[in-house]
Design a binder for this molecule. Structure first.
Ligand code: GDP
Ligand code: MG
Length: 692
């Protein structure tokens, strides 16, 4: 009801082609226009009619019959639709095409065909055929409208139209031959208008049925359908209506009765029985009807099952895409934190939730479509959802791995800082904890219906844990060895100093005995501790070799310290003084002239000089006290380590030499000078004694 209506529209309803105004809910829609174009507006109109989400909860009926037999009038009365009705006073033409309107207060879509009365004029049979085909492919019930006086006119326009309907129907099912046709039955509801009442309904009905069977028999059936009867595809129901103008009250009453049959599903004679439903969900109607019309137009074989499958593919794709868009937006938030290494606590739950929502969204709309297609598209969607989520899963596994590894390391190091721990049990406890935590978390974020697995990551975690444990063990072993070395150093220091400061022929025997005892103690200490580190035999061997060598070097350092020039000279001086300035009883000598200063001096000097070779080489008197250590050159592995700069070269025989021949001579000369000074001083002291 607006001024924007096109001039051609003669009805009181809003024109669907006026985009500026929203049509009234009862407004009809021109589904197929004069140019045989399918409307793009059906989607919007279904929404306006509140049927978009109706699923299968709607019914569709169409009407067939000659022009001006009161079809539109009947539909409007029955369903409260607003189709154009021929205005008798002006006899103007209604707008050609196929119209659709929603029934008032009922989930019924009604289609009305407006053509020219082509058959009488021998024209437009093409459109009549197309619209019959189109109606047949979608409607549960076809109302066949005819005057009572047309009944039995086997050659008349009505029968020609019905012949078309049957032909068309056979064509529709040609491709589906063999499949159970019963589920695709259509109800033909014959409405006999202007019934005078002389001929009872039953007679009219029999006449029509006889005619129908005759037509059916005359049709050439496609292969596979030769044996089919008219009842294979159709159910029939017959209704008479009185003359609308002559008996308006009766007319209205009987139309009302007929309406009840369209509305009341509890009635035995309910028109829209479920088995007539074409199983096109309401949201798929625009695409379905559009493509059916396209097929009709291009005059292709119309194969309904294929059409339904195509529709299912199209709609399932659309529905999946819509669900996926929402899903993709929702899960986008995971990307950044995971890329930044975070471990999201509820990732699994959230991923499962978003995936569930998407699948549920899909199921809700798509499950109404062709079952096989729906199942296939559902698993496609699921796969797409999973593969979108999979990088999050894998990324988080990596992050989890990293954080658990870091926690493992921190925790182990923390415990190792404490006292009285057992390394092996610290590591095994922490390792167990780390692996369990990983598995628990990884399980938690894994989704069902995926091929996701965390085994590889878990294996890698195991490897990395072992690496860290090994590294810690090496550090700990090193720490322990250092501690043992400190003890060695301490145990070697005093006895060695003592022995070196009182040079005796068995000086080296004592030093080496002490060294051996110290080393034995150190080895025992090492082996006791090494057990807790579960070191390999090879590692133990290497560590002990190093320990021996380092201990030896400690000893050698001590010896070097104690035999440094000034220290050694002091020692020699001491030894000489003991001999020269003290008598056998240890009492200081006071030189008298009769003393044999020269003789005593020579003895003391020579005995002291004899100590220099003793000091110069580590050589025990008793060869059983000798220590034997391998040189680095003895062992190819050590030799390589030296070549790589990882180990210092160690030459054991060379290390036995405390000082060289040259130094021996130098020391001798230096000592002689000092001794000479003592001799002069002794001589001088006798002179001064005599002078007193
Ligand atoms: P349609 O072309 O089949 O849709 O017919 P319409 O509904 O437009 O009606 C055509 C003419 O028939 C109009 O003038 C109506 O008033 C008239 N008409 C409608 N119903 C009846 C009826 O039951 N009996 C008679 N005789 N005329 C009717
Ligand atoms: Mg009409």
């Amino acid at each position: 009801a607006s001024t924007a209506q096109p001039a051609t529209s003669l009805s009181s309803s809003a024109a669907p082609s006026a985009p500026s105004s929203i049509p009234a809910p009862t407004a009809r829609l021109q589904l197929i226009d004069e140019d045989q174009k399918f409307t793009p507006q059906l989607n919007d109109r279904l929404s306006q009619w509140g049927l978009q989400d109706a699923g299968f909860g709607y019914d569709l009926c169409a009407v067939l019959g000659s022009q001006s037999t009161g079809k539109s009038t009947l539909l409007n009365k029955l369903f409260g639709t607003t189709f154009d009705v021929m205005d008798e006073t002006r006899r103007q033409q209604t707008t050609k095409g196929i119209w659709m309107c929603r029934g008032q207060a009922m989930n019924v879509l009604v289609m009305d065909v407006e053509g020219t009365d082509g058959r009488e004029r021998g024209e437009d049979q093409d459109f009549e055929r197309k619209s019959a085909l189109f109606s047949m492919a979608s409607a549960e019930c076809l109302i066949v409208n005819m005057w009572e006086h047309q009944v039995g006119l086997y050659q008349g326009a009505n029968m020609a139209l019905l012949k078309t309907v049957f032909e068309v129907n056979l064509g529709l099912f040609q491709a589906a031959k063999g499949s159970s046709a019963s589920k695709d039955k259509t109800l033909l509801c014959f409405v006999i208008r202007d019934h005078i009442g002389n001929t009872p309904l039953e007679n009219l009905q029999n006449t029509i049925l006889a005619d129908l069977r005759r037509i059916w028999d005359s049709l050439s059936k496609p292969e596979g359908l030769e044996q089919s009867t008219i009842d294979t595809f159709f159910d029939f129901t017959f209704v008479t209506l009185p003359h609308k103008i002559l008996q308006p009250a009766e007319f209205d009453a009987q139309v009302n009765q007929l309406r009840a049959r369209f509305v009341d599903s509890s009635r035995k004679d309910f028109i829209f029985k479920p088995e007539y439903h074409k199983r096109i969900p309401a949201d798929g109607l625009p695409h379905y009807l559009g493509s059916i019309w396209e097929q009709v137009q291009t005059n292709k074989d119309l194969d309904l099952p294929t059409q339904q499958e195509l529709l299912a593919q199209f709609r399932c794709d659309e529905i999946a895409a819509a669900a996926f868009t929402v899903f993709a937006l929702a899960v986008k938030v995971f990307r950044r934190p995971i890329e930044q290494g975070e471990v999201l606590a509820d990732l699994g739950v959230l991923m499962g939730k978003h995936r569930g929502v998407a699948v549920a969204e899909f199921d809700k709309a798509a499950s109404r479509y062709h079952a096989d297609v729906y199942r296939r598209k559902r698993s496609d969607l699921l796969e797409k959802l999973n593969s979108t989520l999979s990088p999050f899963y894998l990324g988080q596994l990596k992050n989890l791995h990293k954080s658990i590894l870091a926690a493992f390391k921190a925790s182990v190091l923390d415990k190792l800082r404490g006292e009285g721990y057992d390394f092996a049990s610290v590591v095994s406890t922490e390792r167990e904890r780390a692996l369990t935590t990983f598995e628990k978390n990884a399980d938690h974020m894994c989704l069902d219906e995926t091929d996701w697995s965390y085994e590889d990551e878990l294996d890698q975690l195991r490897v990395n844990i072992t690496e860290i444990a090994d590294q810690c063990r090496r550090e700990e072993t090193k720490k322990m060895v250092l501690q043992i070395e400190r003890n060695v150093k301490r145990d070697l220091a005093e006895p060695t100093e003592l022995a070196l400061s009182r040079p005796q022929p068995d000086m080296w025997d004592r030093i080496l005995s002490n060294f051996s005892a110290t080393l034995d103690k150190a080895e025992v200490a090492y082996l006791r501790k090494a057990k807790s580190f579960s070191c390999t035999d090879e590692e133990n061997e290497k560590a002990l070799r190093t320990l021996k060598r380092r201990s030896w070097l400690v000893l050698r350092a001590k010896i070097d310290e104690q035999t440094a020039d000034s220290v050694l000279i002091t020692k020699l001086r001491g030894a000489f003084e003991d001999r020269f300035r003290y008598d056998e009883a240890g009492v200081p000598r006071v030189w008298r002239p009769e003393d044999d200063i020269d003789g005593l001096f020579r003895v003391a000097r020579d005995e002291t000089l004899a100590l220099i070779p003793l000091y110069s080489r580590i050589a025990p008197q008793d060869s059983s006290k000798a220590v034997e250590l391998p040189s680095t050159s003895d062992d190819p592995e050590s030799a390589h380590a030296v070549a790589r700069g990882e180990e210092e070269d160690f030459d054991f025989p060379a290390s036995l030499v405390v000082f060289s021949e040259t130094r021996k001579a130098e020391l001798g000369a230096r000592f002689r000078k000092e001794a000479d000074a003592y001799y002069v001083e002794a001589k001088r002291s006798t002179v001064s004694t005599m002078a007193q």
